[in-house]
Design a protein around this ligand. Structure first.
Ligand code: SF4
Length: 427
């Protein structure tokens, strides 16, 4: 029988502060709120303690500090967060272990612990401090090497800033570094993109994410687009960029393991794979999302509400059953989920929704879906559930099936949103 410790949990922590807002950004993040850093971190630590009590029997399999720009925080504030995590959760370990006086053979860290950093917001001292805290993976947001592109996006850094930060991370001992790139940005051409990839790969990051820009409502880019002032590459250029990326990065030793993610084998992001495989995850901090045992919920995006609710340390009992009526268990039928002013969108996924979601997410990965795993998880035959859909998509050359696994073809990746929509089940 599985012990509770076998039930893994992934943690996401949100730091909602940035130096300046990028022109395309619709994330919950604020610029110019330095005076709120400390209060927010204190509240986050209190939330960590409360939630840690609830999930003390779960083993933490990965931690991801994202934002915003987490690296904007001074080291001492970040250290408070990491200390609270270590005191509150069962973290398997993030460093090589010593046994007696003998250093054990170096193994990959048990718990992947990532932090997002923007170039120009870290230096060697800060990165060394991260390393000491047990952080073992850095994710840099570069987006492009092209100065015009960086300016158009409203980024705060230059390519030289990136190189400096990247080198500092290597010197601080980080051997697992991701770099985020962005495709389909204003005025981007195939040759400009080729330059970015050629430059970046000389620095040999272990992991590269390459997402396409999406113009979101409420951003300066959206306004510009409405006024006809945003010149984006056409669909053909976007496709060329996509195919070139896969081909070029494969030649450089990277493997595409998800629609937009490439890694040197062995350095795939375990935290994100957890999302695509629907592992349980707990979001901590402003606007963070959680899914535990198929129950979803989200923290508020109101910074003052969040900071105020968690401003005082209180016990698990206060939070879940206390006089402050933060919990109404009858609303969820579950005892472990707080329902309060700061929690929203609570939803228990039905069996059908779980199956659909496993297809949408699982098919994003190049290894696709294992029919056996599907049966083991849902106790429902894969072919009985999706046989017809798969057959139809295979005939159109959008899906492939090999050795009991179903996955997207290149053509399927091209129109992945349309393909994935086919996996919605009838009522
Ligand atoms: S750094 Fe990231 S989170 Fe901050 S404004 Fe830019 S895109 Fe948004």
């Amino acid at each position: 029988m599985k012990s509770v410790m076998d039930k893994k949990l992934r943690l996401y922590l949100h730091i909602p502060f940035c130096v300046r807002k990028c022109k395309y950004c619709d994330f919950v993040s604020f610029a110019g709120k330095e005076e709120q850093f400390e209060a927010y971190v204190d509240s986050l630590c209190n939330e960590i303690r409360v939630r840690g009590e609830v999930y003390k029997d779960r083993e933490i399999s990965s931690i991801y500090i994202g934002g915003g720009t987490p690296s904007i925080l001074p080291e001492d504030l970040l250290e408070r967060i990491v200390n609270a995590l270590n005191q509150s959760f069962h973290i398997s370990g993030t460093k090589e272990k010593r046994k007696g006086f003998h250093l054990q053979k170096k193994i990959r860290p048990v718990t992947e612990f990532s932090i997002e950093c923007n170039p120009g917001t870290v230096d060697k001292k800060k990165l060394k401090a991260y390393k000491k805290m047990g952080i073992n993976r850095i994710s840099f947001g570069l987006q492009t090497s092209d100065p015009e592109g960086l300016k158009a996006l409203g980024r705060i850094h230059s390519f030289d800033d990136f190189i400096e930060s990247f080198e500092s991370a290597r010197e601080a001992g980080f051997d697992n570094i991701n770099v985020d790139l962005m495709q389909a940005i204003p005025e981007q051409t195939l040759s400009g993109w080729q330059r970015t990839l050629a430059l970046l790969t000389t620095w040999k990051p272990e992991h590269i994410s390459a997402y396409s820009l999406i113009v979101e409502k409420g951003t300066p880019f959206y306004e510009m687009q409405q006024k006809g002032q945003l010149s984006l590459p056409d669909e053909d250029t976007e496709r060329e960029i996509y195919y070139y990326t896969k081909e070029f990065l494969e030649k450089c030793g990277y493997r595409r393991y998800e629609i937009s993610n490439y890694a040197i084998p062995g350095f795939e992001c375990r935290h994100n794979i957890g999302y695509w495989k629907r592992d349980d995850y707990l979001g901590l901090g402003l606007n963070s999302s959680s899914m535990v045992d198929n129950l979803r919920w989200k923290n508020t995006e109101d910074l003052s509400d969040y900071t105020e609710v968690f401003s005082n340390p209180f016990s698990e009992a206060d939070f879940f059953r206390g006089d402050n009526a933060l919990l109404k268990p009858e609303e969820t039928g579950r005892q472990d989920v707080p329902v309060s002013t700061i929690i929203k969108d609570v939803h228990l996924l039905s069996h059908k929704e779980q199956m659909e979601e496993s297809m949408f997410l699982g098919l994003r990965m190049t290894e696709g879906i294992s029919k056996q795993d599907f049966f083991d998880t849902f106790r429902q035959d894969f072919d009985y559930t999706y046989g017809e859909t798969v057959l139809k998509l295979k005939e159109k050359g959008l899906l492939k099936e090999e050795e009991g696994r179903v996955f997207l073809t290149d053509k399927g990746v091209d129109i992945s949103n349309t393909v994935l929509a086919e996996f919605l089940l009838d009522q």
